[in-house]
Design a protein around this ligand. Sequence first.
Ligand code: ADP
Length: 290
Amino acid sequence: SYDELRKCTSNFSDRNVIGSGGYGKVYRGILCDGLLVAIKRSQQGSMQGGLEFKNEIELLSRVHHKNLVSLIGFCFEQREQMLVYEFMANGSLRDALSGRSGIYLDWKRRLQIALGSARGLAYLHELANPPIIHRDVKSSNILLDEKLTAKVADFGLSKLVSDGDKGHVSTQVKGTLGYLDPEYYLTQQLTEKSDVYGFGVIMLELLIAKQPIEKGKYIVREVKIAMNTKDEDFYGLREMIDPAIKSMLSGTGLGKFLEVALQCLEESANDRPTMGEVVRSIETVLRNDG
Ligand code: ADP
């Protein structure tokens, strides 16, 4: 209830803020049964109201998988909405890769994180009923629990958030630039393959980000240049990878991983693998290379 959520975050004290994002502030809290939770609180009424919305949230709260951040509950007052999630002690993959959270991820760990998040997405696409398109796959939406298990957060949420005070009426989609499927610009539609595209960007981040794996250094240099010139806008990243790197890495786990990443980043959605196929490819790399 509202009162319990208020109590478990000490009246939404700033001390308990763990982040903020498109939706509002995120608070840490402990429910009366001792369960640690993260509470997303929005006070601008940025969520659409109505029965349809409630049904959608209810549907999302019934989706459970070990690589998905569970929505434990929600609470709606008039101008205030709260979504209660399981708590992820090690924050986002984005923060880990940027070095902000002081977590070192070696290559094997990165492969496990890639595999876990791919499994979460494959579950949404292939086993959830009805299937769920995430719509905003990016490394800040991959969270790590206390054992560094990767779980996908915020699935299905972006289509429920209205543009709020941003001033324009472009409804529906809220993908993130750089992770956004190039086909979206043609079709104005997000599909499972849009999620695959965003996942391809994450795979490249896993290859290149800070504390790079030794053999990945070459890739790091190339992609860093691309990223610096385009300022975190990863669009066109695929073309930035020198074919020479691919041949240099061919036959290695890194090479296979890069190959799959580039398949995910194909311009044409039809040329991209499904998340299920991505899972199987990463499993193979992990078996041979982990
Ligand atoms: P964005 O809109 O950028 O995706 P969010 O509102 O989802 O951001 O989350 C903002 C930050 O709050 C995240 O980067 C993360 O550090 C933290 N956070 C979100 N959800 C959780 C959670 N379930 N457990 C722990 N931390 C979380």
